[in-house]
Design a protein around this ligand. Structure first.
Ligand code: AMP
Ligand code: TRP
Length: 344
């Protein structure tokens, strides 16, 4: 076979994904989604609802179906523009699964065994975890690299997966002697609140899957629910510190101040300048007001969109068509690189 050359990877392409499992939380919002809309100004963006990733843990079909539409509505309500950019659910583009298979053959067992998310999600009984949960990061690498995207906005918890995706891209480029075919992925970990913690335990990540609803603020919570959850959020007896050093051994205080800073678009230091020395009672009122002011327009727009599910589906299908058209030439090149006999 003669060595072929491939067009360079697009330099301004963003890809990110979010799982349609349970309710979206304030953590998803501040850590990821909020940063997605502004990127649309300077980049060509693909935002994907990753239903194939969701089923690495069992999902009730009806709940998965509803959650997919709910996430789509949330993303549109947060300013994602499905006409100018690409919004779709992952299973609409089979190229992700095909490329993930190739990456199953590139990634090493040792690399995957080190993933902290696998260890957390598999729990003590790893023998019973699905094989899909183990190779989850390969599918994530495929999501991004099917479009040769170089920029990925995520929360802090996804950094390790993106490092693995880079290891896969590099090994592929090296083993098949196609330097630069897959671009290096730059993680975009943006904003003040890259890791929002549980309201009940400041050492645990705020998560859609936490059994306690009081541990998180959902994007669908109404003003009363938000105020109640913040009022009951775990704190400690001391007043708020004057500076960030005072957060030592006070994860709950740090978390609430970080959330407030992110919601009001200030730094933690600026917030402590305002509230340092105050008790939690007054601060929690301010925080609840800021959260309600910020989230209630999003929630009402989401509810308006969800009243017409057929329109949401049409939007996703259009996104799926655009996505397939973008990944098709990349996956065709990969088949070519691997030496498969195919029509080109
Ligand atoms: P997931 O809910 O796991 O699909 O995550 C979707 C996006 O939200 C990813 O970019 C995560 O990094 C981000 N994310 C999820 N939970 C949090 C959290 N507690 N704090 C900050 N970012 C988060
Ligand atoms: N694994 C990510 C999460 O749980 C979701 C995801 C899947 C993703 N594919 C992606 C994020 C590609 C960024 C890029 O949060």
């Amino acid at each position: 076979m003669t060595a072929k050359s491939y067009p360079p990877a697009p330099s301004k392409r963003v890809f990110s994904g979010i799982q349609p499992t349970g309710n979206l939380t304030l953590g998803n919002y501040l850590g990821a989604i909020r940063n997605w809309a502004p990127l649309q100004r300077d980049y060509e963006c693909l935002y994907c609802i990753v239903d194939l990733h969701a089923i690495t843990l069992f999902q009730e079909p009806a709940a998965l179906h509803d959650a997919t539409r709910q996430v789509a509505a949330a993303l549109i309500a947060c300013g994602i523009d499905p006409d100018e950019h690409v919004l779709f659910n992952q299973s609409l583009n089979p190229d992700h699964a095909e490329l993930a298979w190739y990456f199953n053959c590139v990634a090493r067992m040792g690399w995957l065994s080190r993933m902290t998310q696998f260890k957390e999600k598999a729990g003590k009984d790893r023998e019973r975890a699905s094989a899909g949960l183990f190779v989850y990061p390969n599918l994530m690498a495929a999501d991004i690299l099917a479009y040769r995207a170089g920029h990925v906005p995520v929360g802090e918890d996804q950094k390790q997966h993106l490092e693995l995706a880079n290891d896969i891209g590099e090994k592929f480029n090296h083993d098949w002697a196609v330097p630069g075919f897959f671009p290096e992925i730059e993680p975009l970990i943006l904003g003040e609140a890259t890791r929002v913690m549980s309201l009940r335990d400041g050492t645990k990540k705020m998560s859609k899957s936490d059994p306690s609803d009081m541990s998180r603020i959902n994007l669908t919570d109404d003003a009363d629910a938000i105020a109640q959850k913040i009022r009951k959020a775990k704190t400690d007896p001391k007043p708020l510190p004057e500076s960030a050093e005072g957060f030592e051994d006070r994860p709950e205080a740090r978390n609430l101040v970080t959330i407030y800073a992110a919601l009001t678009e200030r730094t933690t230091a600026q917030v402590l300048g305002e509230v340092g020395g105050a008790g939690f009672g007054d601060f929690k009122k301010k925080l609840a007001d800021a959260a309600v002011a910020h989230l209630s327009p999003i929630t009402s727009e989401m509810n308006r969109l969800l009243a017409d599910p057929a329109e949401i589906d049409r939007t996703l299908f259009k996104g799926g068509d655009k996505a397939r058209a973008m990944s098709a030439p990349v996956v065709a090149s990969v088949r070519d690189i691997l030496g498969f006999v195919h029509p080109g």
